[in-house]
Design a protein around this ligand. Sequence first.
Ligand SMILES: Cc1ncc(COP(=O)(O)O)c(C=O)c1O
Length: 402
Amino acid sequence: MKHTILRKQFLAHVAQTSPSPMLVGVERAEGVFFYTPEGKRYYDLVAGVSVSNVGHSNPAVVAAVQEQAARYMHVMVYGELIESPQVRYAARIAGLLPGGLDSVYFVNSGAEAVEGALKLAKRATGRTELISMRRAYHGSTHGAMSMMGAPEGEEWKNAFRPLLPDTQAITFNDFADLDRITHRTAAVLAEPVQGEAGVRPPVPGYLEALRRRCDEVGAMLIFDEIQTGMGRTGAMFAMQRYGVVPDIVCLAKAFGGGMPLGAFVAPHAIMETLQSDPTLGHITTFGGHPVCCAAGLAALEYLLEHHVVEEVEAKGALYEELLRDHPAVREIRRSGLLLAVELGSSERLYRIMERFKEIGILSDWFLYCDTAFRISPPLIITEPEIRESAALIRQALDEFGE
Ligand SMILES: Cc1ncc(COP(=O)(O)O)c(C=O)c1O
């Protein structure tokens, strides 16, 4: 009864993003599972879209949140007062990031991190052209949406024009397209591994060539590590797998340990350009909220102390091994524990999603790829949990035969 009322109120008063929401209630979540009010258990193979890397209700994160909430929450807009959770987290992240990426601008979300990075690149180069990749997703605000690329991103962008001028998209992994980056270009924004395109890792040498071209013409390279950062691909940051360092990196999702937090990070000398002429070049009330920073720092320490990231590649490989020989699976694209299981048909995918819902698997498709389902569980998933969830997936796939 209680759930029926909640469901009605959800549909009436919580704004929806699609005409067919999942409508599954959440009572509590722990580790790789969440539970409905009726006590049904779901394997969370989405992890809040690569957010809950250290698992739901991770005790270390919960304790950090409780402690900081009791000490102080919001005090003053970002960037004025010395608040230890921000300072400690910024110093820790700067110590882990390569190549002089040492100044952390905390914001509220992934989209805002992208907005800040684009503004910073325009400010630092004095140029206006912004280049993104086809099938990129960087967020839903006007600026971030402008970077969704064409023609695929037009489906979303068209309804909201005018968007940012002076933008264009090149094709990820296309070496010849790099010539379109010129002396006019302020920045190129790229995910080191494309996520919403349906998990597309870079081909050998591509990110290096992209870095070289940006250097040749004096354009800034911005990496969006919002989905790939914090261990998802088997390194703390995907850039480390390819040995390519950007001028600016955007972080969010798992960066907040389950709380809303983002950042754009750049060398101090570049970041300084936002301080003057005009002052307050980017400002935010809640960016770097002390409770969110405490949660993010606790999650990061957990990843490091428990050597979670070191095990990600083997865990991803195990999923691949357990699923790839199923006759319904056309292909598996993967980077660490970010997997796209390709079924080759959207009709099949919609049916499998329904089946997953019944048997207690939460998965999702990708913004630009509705023929593959996602496996991006909390990184702390254990081997028995991988085996059990893969067996459930196979059971669902069996119903479709070849
Ligand atoms: C690569 C990437 N960038 C940016 C974003 C936007 O982040 P947010 O939803 O926090 O604005 C997302 C969200 O899915 C993402 O996957």
